[in-house]
Design a binder for this molecule. Structure first.
Ligand SMILES: Cc1cc2nc3c(=O)[nH]c(=O)nc-3n(C[C@H](O)[C@H](O)[C@H](O)COP(=O)(O)OP(=O)(O)OC[C@H]3O[C@@H](n4cnc5c(N)ncnc54)[C@H](O)[C@@H]3O)c2cc1C
Length: 395
């Protein structure tokens, strides 16, 4: 190893934005839409890849998990429902995953039987989301990584970007961290925590078999609470905390899925590999360690609740999400959304899925439209706007 010092003494002419949303996954899409629709004058969505959707599209995770509690009651509304409907505007990927009871006025009994979830085509969904964002007036900046931030006191006022133009900067009033890995929180020296237990290897892929587009879900089940030792001590876990480990994980995933597909090819020489994940399939890496850390008690109620999410694995429980678990303790104009909000490990398992990311994204984007100091933002005012937009705030 060598010590290398970079000295950058450069002046930037920076565009100004009221709201910058970093990361164009489901949380970022929801946050940017909410900010633009709720009166933010200028909203920029910064995405390092060249497609929106994050894990849900580039990562080929195409199952939109339930908006309902499994007992016939819908708990997540607003943009999370809008995006589910949008994702299958041109049809669900398989008839089994079309939520007929919910979209075609089913009876209460039918809604108890069938959960409000679906399977979508990742490319159709990404393009439709892009259209929706542009229609709402959001500026999308693709191929751009936020690589550093400038802070004055307890506020982030600058984002430094790297893209094909080189290194540039924008001036911001507030920032939504929807990077999935709490990248902006870490750059801003907000308090964060890492999922030390690590991720199981995943390699979901798509292939054409006898003219039919198929999805192969190649991964072990995630483990909600057990440590690796209790769960499967014999396999490797990937913490995904840095680029080297993520690269190793992606290479191992490619090997695993390719071997699997080659076996299919032996059985059926016409089989064609059509899509592999374009970003690492990590479930949990870094998260905000916020003003509060949400546990997994479904009976807990919060005065500052900003939305409700379901439990995809169990029928019955649903969870209010407090505003305080989107906000940090150090930087007052930075708010987290999606799979990097502040929750205990067991709750992380539930709060990281697509509909939940949309719920927290909508709340974060709405808050950013209302002000740029989340430590003093009027939560009743935020709740009023969310309710007006159809969000269920509490149970
Ligand atoms: C193997 C696996 C299976 C899963 N199964 C399901 C399932 O069946 N159903 C379900 O609902 N959920 C499932 N999930 C979870 C779900 O897909 C994700 O947690 C959710 O989509 C995350 O959304 P997000 O917007 O928070 O983050 P991401 O989707 O991770 O989006 C973050 C975005 O930020 C961008 N970004 C990151 N850093 C920067 C930066 N510095 N500058 C600019 N852009 C940046 C990334 O490129 C990415 O597009 C699964 C996840 C995995 C890994």
């Amino acid at each position: 190893m060598r010590e290398i010092r970079e000295s950058i003494n450069k002046t930037y002419s920076a565009k100004e934005y009221q709201v910058a949303v970093v990361g164009g996954g489901i949380a970022g899409i929801s946050a940017a839409l909410a900010a633009a629709r709720n009166g933010a004058e200028s909203v920029i969505l910064i995405e390092k890849e060249f497609m929106v959707g994050g894990l849900a599209t580039l990562g080929l995770v195409t199952y939109y998990l339930p908006l309902c509690d499994g007992n016939g009651r819908q708990v997540s509304f607003g943009i999370s429902e809008e995006l589910l409907r949008l994702s299958i505007k041109y049809g669900a990927e398989s008839p089994n995953w079309y939520p007929k009871a919910w979209l075609e006025n089913g009876s209460e009994e039918e809604k108890k039987q069938q959960r409000f979830k679906t399977q979508f085509n990742p490319y159709v969904f990404a393009i439709l989301c892009e259209e929706l964002l542009l229609k709402a007036g959001v500026t999308i900046l693709y191929g751009t990584s936020v690589c550093s931030v400038g802070r004055t006191g307890n506020k982030v006022d600058t984002l430094f970007l790297e893209n094909s133009s080189g290194r540039t900067a924008i001036a911001v009033e507030s920032v939504v961290d929807a990077t999935g890995d709490a990248v902006v929180c870490r750059l801003a020296e907000e308090d964060t925590a890492i999922f030390t237990q690590g991720n199981v290897l995943a390699g979901w892929y798509q292939y054409l078999d006898q003219g039919k587009n198929c999805v192969k879900i190649l991964s072990l089940e995630d483990y909600p609470e057990e440590t690796p030792e209790q769960f499967r001590p014999d396999i490797r876990y990937y913490v995904g905390s840095d680029a080297e480990m993520l690269s190793e994980m992606v290479i191992d995933s490619h090997k695993m899925l390719f071997e699997d597909w080659l076996k299919k090819k032996e059985e059926n020489p016409d089989s064609t590999l059509t899509a592999i994940p374009a970003i690492p399939q990590v479930r949990r890496t870094w998260r905000l360690n916020g003003r509060s850390v949400r546990d997994d008690d479904p009976s807990a109620h919060f005065e500052d609740s900003i939305g409700v999410i379901a439990n995809f694995g169990k029928r019955g429980p649903a969870y209010e999400i407090p505003f305080s678990c989107l906000c940090g303790n150090r930087v007052v104009n930075l708010i987290a959304a999606g799979r990097c909000i502040s929750v205990i490990n067991k709750m992380w398992h539930t709060a990281r899925v697509i509909p939940a990311c949309s719920v927290t994204g909508e709340a974060a984007g709405t808050a950013a439209a209302l002000g740029n100091d989340f430590s003093s933002l009027s939560v009743p005012q935020l709740q009023k706007v969310l309710k007006k937009n159809g969000v269920l705030i509490s149970l």
